[in-house]
Design a protein around this ligand. Structure first.
Ligand code: MG
Ligand code: ZN
Length: 377
């Protein structure tokens, strides 16, 4: 009898342990009246409500998204198209300007506009960009570069040398060190500028120990990193590393944009599992951001998508734990996109507004813009 009981207890323990792995943790809310020192803007590329729903229902009916008390919706259209691309979408968040599809950090008249990352850098905050595609790809590029079209990867790479960004991690090494357009070696130029630079070939990101006295750059691929389904697994670790690094880099605070980049590519390919695994990877990074913000108390976390991709829906064959998807297009759609906010300043993100309002709301949260200006958009 005694033996049987012990076996029973053992089984119960195993069961509970496996449950606790799949149950995302509950993050407690922080005092909303604290000053905002840090902003973590997290963009799920191509992440609409159906994509989030699929991820929520793929597991235990709970994700990091459940920890957000403030939600809103943004209108993602660009100046040229009702259906935006990622360049115009990210430029709207970064600069507060609706621009034409393909434009990186320019307004609709092709004039360069200062981005929130550049402004933070000028004001002495630490800054960062983290992506799971090439760091020169449209979404991260729109926060630091100014180019008329998104495919100019080498010119976008050169723009990284124009701003003293403190931390960046993503693919795209070849646009820095094997350039076709000129003979510059931007990898060496970064080192000459004082950066600690490393890449996937030298050592895994997990083995890097960035010194906060110097800016840090790390390349995760020559072009685009692999999908999660093929073994990529650095986003959550890099999120934790970046936040710790940036926190100690400037007393004035920091701004970072973290992208779950390939959710969009799962959508374009109508590959439900690719999309889902990328979203779950992004969710693990959101948990890291929320853990940091919960402990810090002066950090605003915003999670949104730039647009929906794939015209995705969950079909009637779906079951809890096993969602089934259908896609209606290989492209982006114009659906309103959900916004989630946590921490001081989060209340600004209630409601329905233009994608450009996210820029003004972030500035208002930092005390650089009135809340009225932020509401007007
Ligand atoms: Mg993107
Ligand atoms: Zn796309």
């Amino acid at each position: 009898m005694r033996k049987r009981t012990l076996v029973g207890q053992f089984l119960v323990i195993v069961f509970l342990t496996s449950c606790s792995v799949t149950q995302p943790e509950v993050i407690t809310q922080v005092d909303p009246n604290q000053e905002v020192k840090n902003i973590i803007l997290m963009i799920g590329d191509g992440m609409g409500l159906a994509q989030i729903s699929a991820a929520v229902y793929s597991g235990s009916d709970r994700l990091s998204f459940d920890n957000f008390q403030v939600t809103g919706l943004h209108k993602s259209h660009s100046s040229s198209d009702l259906v935006t691309d990622s360049a115009a979408g990210a430029t709207a968040f970064a600069t507060g300007e609706k621009t034409f599809n393909g434009a990186i950090g320019l307004n609709k008249d092709t004039v360069a506009v200062k981005t929130i990352l550049e402004e933070c850098e000028e004001k002495g905050l630490a800054t960062g960009l983290l992506a799971t595609v090439a760091i020169t790809h449209a979404t991260p590029a729109s926060f630091i570069a100014h180019q008329p079209t998104r495919v100019l990867y080498e010119r976008i790479a050169a723009d990284f040398l124009e701003t003293d960004i403190d931390y960046f991690v993503g693919g795209g090494k070849q646009y820095f060190d094997r350039r076709k357009e000129d003979n510059r070696n931007l990898y060496m130029e970064l080192i000459q500028k004082g950066y600690q630079v490393s890449d996937y070939f030298e050592k895994p990101l997990e083995q890097t120990k960035p010194d906060v006295k110097k800016p840090f750059a790390y390349f995760t691929a020559d072009k685009n990193p692999l999908p999660v389904t093929a073994g990529r697994n650095y986003l959550a670790f890099a999120t934790k590393q970046a936040l710790q690094f940036l926190e100690n880099r400037s007393e004035k605070g920091f701004f970072i944009m973290i992208e779950g980049s390939q959710i969009d590519w799962g959508g374009h390919s109508n590959d439900g599992n690719w999309m889902l695994q990328e979203l779950l990877d992004f969710d693990r990074a959101i948990t890291e951001a929320l853990r940091f913000a919960e402990k810090d108390g002066n950090t605003l976390v915003i999670v949104t998508g730039d647009h929906e991709c794939g015209g995705m829906c969950l079909t009637e064959k779906s079951k809890m734990g096993r969602p089934k998807f259908k896609f209606s297009t290989n492209g982006h759609t114009a659906s309103l996109v959900p916004v989630f906010a946590y921490g001081p300043g989060s209340e600004l993100f209630h409601g329905v507004y233009q994608n450009t309002a996210i820029y003004h709301k972030m500035r208002a949260a930092l005390g650089w813009d009135s809340a009225i200006t932020a509401e007007r958009e």
